[in-house]
Ligand binder design. Structure first.
Ligand SMILES: [Zn+2]
Length: 297
């Protein structure tokens, strides 16, 4: 699922490509995509995109007449920018918005169509799509520590909870915890102020570094290689490979259709968590699935 760095890259690219452009035509090809009834899709024709924003992992096209297109890409949804005249043809092409300067496609690979579009009217309705998580790039350490300890959860679950923190999912939480040298299973109630500070610095430097390198990669074009697995990541998607810091073998916890990775050398005092304690934690306090956490109102 695209997380904060990829979401920001999408919003910046959309700024460059569709702001100030008039919607000429909207074609929706998946019956599952649009989750609101009114306003209708056909009423979008003729409206101008006046801004782009994100609310956590949601990407929003602000249109004239206070209409907002609220997209959640979920796991496999992606935006593509294509030359004028491009017609949607693959069954993965869920939606197509035609502008004078090109075509914005929304695609989703796979049989499970989870990506969603809600059409909101007015600021209040738009705000209802905000799960409430704080922005770790700008918050104070006190705000961060308070949010972290609001409820007693594992650090992994707290970091990926969109009600607490904005835009962090499975991949970047792995990277942040690794950089902080903290266990994904540590309880938030047992996290000191100093540890909260360490975790916040790790979150900022990890996200900041990725935003920077993705900006370099994308330049002024449109992001095409959006993935949760990147070769330069330290532990996420690196099961069995040596940790770049201590060379210990990166471990994994498979839960549902997702995998969490950590380094026992850097994060858990060499302990590999595979006993009954682990299954208890997995039952009780583990992010169950991204859909559940990213639930829409
Ligand atoms: Zn390590």
């Amino acid at each position: 699922m695209p997380e904060l760095p990829d979401i920001l890259l999408y919003t910046e690219a959309l700024q460059r490509h569709v702001v100030d452009q008039v919607i000429e035509e909207v074609t929706v090809r998946s019956p599952f995509l649009v989750r609101t009834v009114s306003p209708s899709i056909s009423s979008l024709r003729g409206k101008t995109v006046i801004g782009i924003q994100n609310i956590g992992k949601r990407i929003i096209l602000n249109l004239t007449d206070e209409v907002h297109l609220v997209f959640h890409l979920m796991i496999a949804g992606r935006f593509k920018w294509r030359p004028s005249g491009t017609r949607p043809k693959s069954r993965n092409d869920l939606m197509c918005i035609t502008f004078p300067g090109g075509v914005l496609l929304l695609t989703e690979v796979g049989t499970k169509k989870r990506a969603s579009l809600h059409i909101a009217v007015g600021a209040d309705e738009l705000e209802s799509y905000d799960p409430g998580g704080i922005d770790v790039l700008t918050c104070t350490v006190e705000t961060f520590a308070n949010a972290l300890r609001l409820e007693n959860h594992t650090l992994k679950r707290a970091l990926t909870d969109p009600r607490l923190f904005s835009g962090i999912g499975n991949a970047y939480s792995d990277e942040i915890l690794h950089r902080a040298g903290m266990s994904p299973f540590q309880w938030t109630s047992r996290t000191s102020d100093t540890e909260a500070g360490t975790l916040l610095s790790a979150a900022r430097s990890t996200l900041g570094q990725w935003i920077h390198s993705l900006r370099d990669e994308v330049g002024t074009s449109f992001p095409e290689k959006v993935t949760a697995f990147r070769p330069a990541m330290a532990v996420h998607g690196k099961f069995g490979m040596p940790c770049p810091i201590c060379s210990a073998q990166v471990q994994r916890i498979v839960y549902g259709d997702r995998e969490t990775n950590y380094c026992p050398g850097c994060q858990t005092d060499g302990i590999i968590l595979a006993d009954r304690a682990l299954s208890r934690i997995l039952k009780k306090d583990w992010p169950r699935n991204i859909e559940e956490l990213g639930r829409t109102p």
